[in-house]
Design a protein around this ligand. Sequence first.
Ligand code: AMP
Ligand code: FES
Ligand code: ZN
Ligand code: ZN
Length: 306
Amino acid sequence: MKCRVCRAPAVLDIRRHNAAFCRDHFLKHCAEQVRRSIKDHDMISAGERVVVAVSGGKDSLALWDMLIGLGYDADGLYLGLGIGEYSDASGHTARVFAHERGLKLHEVDLAGEFGYDIPGAAAATHRAPCGACGLSKRHLFNAVAIEHGYDVVATGHNLDDEAAVLLGNVLRWETGYLGRQHPVLPEAPGFARKVKPLYRLGERETAAYCVLRGLDYQVEECPMAEGNRHLGYKDVLNALEDRSAGAKAAFVFGFVDRAHERFTDDAGAEREGLGACVVCRSPTTGDVCAFCRLRERVASRSGPSR
Ligand code: AMP
Ligand code: FES
Ligand code: ZN
Ligand code: ZN
C-alpha cells in the first residue's frame, strides 16, 4: 500500500476514496476535507469567533486541532454532564489539551450551575438519558455562545454520526428534523450559527487523525448511550458500507446537496415567532423553554433538599 500523493508507504487506506495515504498526506487530507466543508457551506468567515464544543473525545479534539491549524480563532467549551467517571475523565482530557496549547476552555458544570446531572434528569423524566443530554447540550452550547459573543458554535459530528441521525430521521420521516439536519444551521435572533465541519470525515479517520497527531483523547464512549437507537443505526450502516464502500458518504452528501432543501419549510416555521423564556431569556415557543422546564422537573422530583 503506497501513499496516493507521494508513493511512500501508506499508514491508512480509505476505501471510499479508493486511496491510501502516508502520515503527512493523511493529515493534509483531513484538513483539506474540513477546509472544503467550511468553504462550501460558508461556515466561518474571516474574523469570526468560534467556540468548539469539546467532549474530550476524538472528534471534537481533532476538530479543535484542525481549526487552530487552519488559522481560526477558536476557543473550547466543555460541559460537565455528571456521568460519573466518564465525565471526570473527559473533562480532564479536554483541560489537558487546552492547557498544553495555551487555548481558552470554557467550562459549565450542570450540577454546580443548574442543580441537576444527566443521570438525575433521566430518572426524573423516565426517559433515555440521551434526550435530556441532547437538550442540555443544545441549550448550553447556544447560551454560552450568545453570552460570550461567539459567532459560531462548532461540534464534532462526523460522517458516521450524520449518517446515523439521517437514517433515524428518514425511517420516521421526521420532516422538521430533516430540515434542520445540515452542516450549517444559520444564525437567527437569539441563536448563534451551528456548524459541523467534520461531516465529511468518518470516525475511523478522526481516530486515526488523533493517533497520528499524538492527541490524547478519551477512548471510552458514554456509558449511558449503550444500546441506544443511534448505535443500532451505526451497525446497520457499517454493514452497508462493508458491502458497498462509499454508501454512507453517498447517503449523507446526497441528502445535503440534493434533498435537504425540500424540508427547510418544515424547519423554518419552527424558528419563527419565538419569544424569550421568562426564566433564562432563551428563544422559545412557550413561556418557559424546554431546558428550564427540564431543570424544574428534576428539581421538584429531588425534593426540597436540592
Ligand atoms: P454526541 O452528542 O455525544 O455524539 O457529541 C456530538 C458533539 O457534541 C461532539 O462532537 C462535541 O462537539 C459535542 N459534545 C458532546 N459532549 C460534550 C460535552 N460534554 N461538552 C462539550 N461538548 C460536547
Ligand atoms: Fe449524553 Fe451520554 S453523552 S447521555
Ligand atoms: Zn504521502
Ligand atoms: Zn429557559
